[in-house]
Write a protein of this length. Structure first.
Length: 323
């Protein structure tokens, strides 16, 4: 089964890895004036230079070891909106895709100077202790959330929940149990798969949940309950190819015993693992991971409640959001 490669990880983590230090600024009087709408109205707004951004983005990647081969045309800009003005420079929030001819498209969201030359991780006004880019980031990510994951179940409450998780992560299992007891507090629960490489076999479990969402939607919740509650976590003596394969087969076989309808994929665990490789359900998991990584998600669980992000299983914060 395919996994996120080192090249994919490089692409997804480019912005964070290359420019990890945020800009912490106590703006000068001139900079403060530039941030005021009335001052900006006197200036002609600079347009975002998408072509320069594409060229510079690809050049920056090419300078790194083991970088994937990309052309400027492989960088697709889907949306670019002015986020803020800082020291006379317009900063844009840019959402797009890295879409090489051979390979899976990877979404990204970045803050970039209007001339397409500089990536900005954040700009924090020290006196206020607040990011001046936060509103633009939240707005763009609210749009991203609409396409992340698939609906697992409907509740009777008001907020919508998007749950990014790994079925073998112990905190994810605890969070799943918690959410199952909160069905009266949310309107919808969406599940986005993010199997970690440190949990061999989790990717097989996620692909089988994706199969259920596609082929047996009425059983989708049953598949998730099994994956997050009863499915044994494989114990590996080492991480050799043979041990990893054994873990995949063990997970697939456990699902087959619990859900005989999976015989449509294969007669046994090994056949199911073979059928999942490169399948639409494998790709659905990869797409979830790519979208989540594009939202700066690198671990699990991450839970969004009406767009408010909760990292880890923070029961207190979740309780306040799911009253």
């Amino acid at each position: 089964m395919r996994r996120i490669s080192n090249r994919l990880a490089l692409v997804l983590g480019f912005a964070a890895a290359l420019y990890a230090v945020p800009v912490l600024a106590a703006p000068s009087q001139k900079a403060k004036a530039a941030q005021q709408p009335e001052a900006r109205a006197e200036k002609q707004a600079a347009e975002f230079d998408a072509e320069a951004f594409r060229r510079n983005f690809v050049a920056g990647l090419a300078s790194r070891a083991n970088a994937p081969a990309l052309q400027a045309a492989d960088v697709r800009v889907e949306a670019a909106e002015k986020a803020a003005a800082f020291a006379g420079t317009d900063i844009y929030v840019v959402r797009g895709l890295l879409a090489p001819e051979a390979g899976q498209a990877q979404p990204f969201t970045m803050f970039v100077s209007a001339d397409g030359r500089f990536y900005v991780s954040d700009i924090v006004e020290l006196a206020a202790g607040k990011s001046i880019l936060k509103d633009a980031r939240d707005k763009m990510r609210a749009s991203d959330l609409k396409t992340l994951g698939h609906t697992l179940m409907k509740g009777t409450g008001k907020p919508a929940v998007v749950y990014v998780s790994d079925p073998f992560c112990p905190y994810c299992r605890t969070a799943f149990s918690y959410l199952m007891g909160k069905t009266a507090a949310f309107s919808e629960l969406k599940l986005a798969h993010f199997p970690l490489t440190s949990h061999p076999g989790a990717d097989i479990a996620c692909a089988l949940m994706a199969w259920a969402a596609d082929k047996a939607p009425k059983r989708s919740l049953d598949f998730a309950r099994f994956a997050y509650t009863d499915l044994p976590v494989p114990k590996l003596a080492d991480r050799s190819p043979d041990s990893l394969k054994k873990a995949w087969i063990e997970v697939a076989q456990a699902f087959l015993v619990r859900f005989p309808e999976l015989k449509a994929l294969g007669k046994d665990g090994e056949a199911i693992v073979m059928a999942l490789g490169g399948s639409p359900w494998d790709k659905a998991v990869q797409e979830d991971m790519a979208k989540a990584a594009g939202m700066d998600i690198s671990g699990t669980p991450v839970i969004f409640v009406d767009g408010v992000r909760v990292d880890g299983f923070d029961q207190g914060k979740l309780g306040n959001l799911l009253k």
